[in-house]
Design a binder for this molecule. Structure first.
Ligand code: SF4
Length: 440
């Protein structure tokens, strides 16, 4: 039997897809590239933005057409588009065989004839690595309820996995050639608050404790963690990043707006002053740190002046990268019920492009500082370009994409001298692979 999984959205979705794929592999199924060759097609969806939902809907339309041409695969929809109540979805898409909420694979497995696989079937050590890097969810769900966000309703409240459970999974990955592990959570620093204290301790474990507990695993050269929630970031976690050589000097700390009134309408739970305190603490304490952020423009009621505060903030802080999104109203959120989506679309897009342009200049400037310097790169693979060249590619400790020529293989840690730099990537030449672990 064969399956095809299509995934959009965050790294949590990617991890969920891997877990489902590993379950199917374990039952003797094989993955195929084309839906037409499959017995089961799974769409793992995202509803954070309208655009992601539209892509899933258009995929569904294409699958319906394929089936009407005689292909007999089952169709399953999983992820954040699937809410508590699936009646409405069933009515709209009667040809879909199964709807499954994030991490709840049972309806999909039942649709292809596997009843009662039981909890034992989905062990923690389940991810199938498809390269030298892997995502490992450490905390599921979110308790924050930002007004624009659907995640707490679809992924539920925060639930941490135990340190032992996570360590088992990382050891499993290391034994299968994984060299870099990204620990995932919607609010990753919230890790552990819902766990009991470990033996000999009076407090529950936090992200710093977890990183220390994983750090000695043989074969793993790097750890990262995503996504930070500014209010949950602590000095102890920042100190852990500085102290542990395998933990990369990389933070993604979404700011979402540079204006206090907008942050309050978003119910982000912090002010700009509090955000800046955390930001500067990280910059001060972590040498060579790379910091990226997420920003929403055109949120309900955002005035020109409020937008300007976001623009000025980005110009001042010079993030390594900004993931910018134009706000889109999501049914089911607090903002949908209580606030008016009143910024015209053309204004949202003008603000979006202004931020993109600003950030392209900043990223190019930051990256140009690396010209002539040596950076440590974890090799992920090789790509053949139209001109016939096949450079290797991988990421620096600061999570920057680096293409390079030289001797290497996937999973190597190499030192690359940077010869060219743009806003989007770096190009260089590699020395021989370094011993593990290494640091710049
Ligand atoms: S912190 Fe806010 S934006 Fe992030 S997942 Fe939770 S509710 Fe959504």
């Amino acid at each position: 039997m064969r399956y095809h999984i299509w995934t959009v959205g965050c790294q949590m979705n990617v991890a969920d897809s891997h877990k489902l794929a590993a379950g199917l592999d374990r039952l003797g199924w094989a993955s195929v590239e084309k839906p037409a060759d499959a017995d089961l097609v799974v769409l793992n969806t995202c509803s954070i933005r309208d655009h992601a939902e539209q892509r899933a809907l258009s995929k569904l339309g294409a699958l319906k057409k394929l089936r009407s041409q005689g292909n007999e695969f089952k169709i399953a929809v999983m992820g954040c588009m699937v809410g508590l109540n699936t009646d409405e979805l069933r009515r709209r898409f009667p040809y879909v065989d199964a709807f499954a909420r994030p991490q709840q694979f049972e309806p999909i497995m039942e649709a292809v004839g596997y009843e009662d696989l039981g909890g034992e079937f989905w062990p923690a050590t389940f991810e199938t690595p498809d390269g030298p890097t892997a995502y490992v969810p450490i905390i599921h769900g979110c308790d924050k309820f930002c007004t624009y966000c659907i995640v707490p309703y679809r992924r539920g409240r925060e639930r941490s996995r135990t340190v032992g459970d996570i360590r088992d999974e990382v050891e499993h990955l290391a034994a299968r050639g994984v060299r870099e592990v990204t620990l995932l959570g919607q609010t990753v620093e919230a890790y552990g608050h819902d766990l009991p204290p470990e033996a000999g301790r009076s407090r529950p474990p936090d992200l710093g404790d977890l990183l220390r507990a994983l750090h000695d695993i043989d074969g793993i050269a790097r750890f990262r963690f995503l996504t930070s929630y500014p209010k949950d970031m602590t000095e102890r976690i920042i100190d852990t990043v500085v102290e542990l050589p395998k933990v990369c000097e990389f933070f993604n700390i979404p700011v979402q707006s540079g204006d206090d009134a907008v942050l309050e309408r978003m119910r982000r739970g912090y002010t700009m002053r509090e955000y800046l305190e955390k930001f500067h603490l990280i910059r001060r304490k972590v040498p060579n740190v790379a910091i990226t952020t997420d920003l929403i423009v055109g949120f309900c009621g955002e005035t020109d002046e409020e937008f300007q505060h976001s623009y000025d903030l980005l110009a001042e802080l010079e993030f390594d990268k900004v993931h910018v999104a134009a706000y889109s109203d999501r049914p089911g959120t607090i903002a949908h019920r209580k606030l008016e989506d009143d910024v015209p679309q053309e204004v949202k897009m003008a603000r979006f492009h202004a931020i993109e342009q600003l950030e392209a200049g900043i990223s190019a400037r930051i990256n140009s500082r690396l010209l002539g310097q040596e950076v440590e790169v974890l090799v992920e693979g090789q790509k053949t370009k139209a001109d016939g060249e096949s450079p290797w590619y991988g990421r620096s400790r600061g999570n920057k994409l680096v293409h390079f020529s030289g001797e290497a293989k996937a999973g190597d840690l190499v030192t690359v001298r940077i010869d060219r730099a743009s806003a989007w990537s770096l190009v260089g030449t590699a020395d021989a692979p370094a011993a593990v672990p290494a640091r710049p």
